[in-house]
Design a protein around this ligand. Structure first.
Ligand SMILES: Cc1ncc(COP(=O)(O)O)c(C=O)c1O
Length: 366
């Protein structure tokens, strides 16, 4: 294959829905509904329905979703929130932006998800919540985390930024915790034409509080009940998400069939993949593998026209931004191993069968 295969290419999907989305943009312009408004409300209803929850609240990105989830729980200075060390850093930002401290816990060495056997040792009198992350689109051990939260009277939040449409024991993620935080960044399985995010919840009071917080802390125009934020979703983003949500099940299915082929047809013991517990139905936002000699592997892929990416090369607890928390190498060994050995393979619904076959052949020849 002469063509380079990137890890992600948004062009194919964009071309597929461009006409419909541009028609929707016309409507947004006709109504000048650029900030919040009917297109965002339509998406909120449709997305709540998609996740099987009562409420969805549209926001401007996934990081602010995590921030507002913390505020809605009353979490702030002096509080601690337990999160996995191997996640995109924004999970931790949500906690830090609220003034609280993220406490990093290692991942399971096979599923690469939060290790439920290591959570309890991190609980202190300051701990208020646990945020589990459905990493790479795969649900984590929700029952395991929920049971610990129940036992210790902690709030439980899902970071579902990477997992729109994933299922846990047959049920859509997004309604298991107090709230679930989503990103609709363009590269996500459901990505807006712009920056966007949102929260799903079954609690009317959380939903109303988030709606107020995203809109300058007001429910009555120009009367501000608390310090608020401008975290609203834009109308163009809402309109594009409305169109793309219709296609999401089909796109997720295609990702799943590509992943199934990678999982069953790559038979190279030098390449390890994320374990797939029977209760988790991943939507494969990313397809990450590990291999001992990462540099050699990545060069080999590149020589064979496969462009890899890395999610994520430095675990959160060792990021410079958190050096004041004084974590050190060895504190979360599984997350550290993953960070220094992870390679993301091409994964998006528009990959052709020929491209998928090429990736499989190249991996088997390594
Ligand atoms: C696990 C996780 N949490 C949170 C976020 C933050 O979302 P956003 O980029 O929309 O702010 C992302 C997205 O990149 C993510 O992957």
């Amino acid at each position: 294959m002469n063509k380079k295969i990137p890890c992600l290419d948004l062009k194919g999907q964009h071309l597929q829905v461009k006409k419909e989305i541009f028609e929707a943009f016309e409507k947004v312009y006709e109504k000048t509904a650029f900030s919040g408004g009917p297109f965002v409300e339509e998406f909120e209803k449709a997305f709540a329905n998609f996740c099987g929850v009562k409420y969805a609240v549209g926001l401007n990105n996934g990081t602010t979703a995590l921030h507002l989830a913390m505020l809605a729980l009353g979490i702030g200075a002096g509080d601690e929130v337990i999160i996995p060390a191997n996640t995109f850093i924004a999970t931790a930002w949500g906690v830090s932006h609220a003034g609280a401290t993220p406490v990093f816990v290692d991942c399971n060495k096979d599923t690469w998800e939060i290790d439920i056997t290591k959570i309890e040792e991190k609980i202190t009198p300051k701990t208020k919540a646990v945020i589990g992350v459905h990493l790479y689109g795969q649900p984590f051990d929700i029952d395991g985390v929920a049971a610990i939260c129940k036992k210790h009277n902690l709030k439980f939040i899902e970071d579902a930024a990477q997992a729109q449409g994933a299922r846990y024991k047959g049920k859509s993620i997004g309604g298991f915790g107090e709230m679930a935080c989503f990103s609709f960044y363009p590269g996500k399985n459901l990505g807006a034409a712009g920056e966007a995010g949102g929260i799903t919840t079954n609690s009317e009071s959380y939903a109303n509080h988030i709606k107020s917080l995203r809109n300058h802390g007001m429910t009555v125009r120009y009367y501000h009940d608390e310090i608020g934020y401008n975290y609203r979703m834009g109308g163009l983003e809402g309109a594009s998400l409305n169109i793309k949500l219709k296609y999401l099940p089909e796109w997720n299915k295609r990702r799943q069939s590509i992943a199934k082929r990678y999982l069953s047809e790559v038979k190279n013991p030098a390449i390890k993949m994320q374990a797939q517990p029977e209760w988790a139905e991943s939507v494969f936002h990313l397809f990450v593998v590990t291999t001992e000699d990462k540099d050699r592997f990545v060069k080999y892929l590149d020589d064979n026209n496969i462009i890899a990416a890395f999610h994520y090369p430095v675990p959160c607890h060792l990021q410079k931004a958190y050096s004041h928390l004084r974590y050190k190498e060895g504190d979360c060994p599984n997350a550290e191993y993953l960070a220094s050995h992870c390679v993301s393979l091409p994964m998006y619904a528009e990959l052709t069968d020929e491209e998928v076959q090429h990736v499989i052949d190249v991996l088997n020849r390594y």
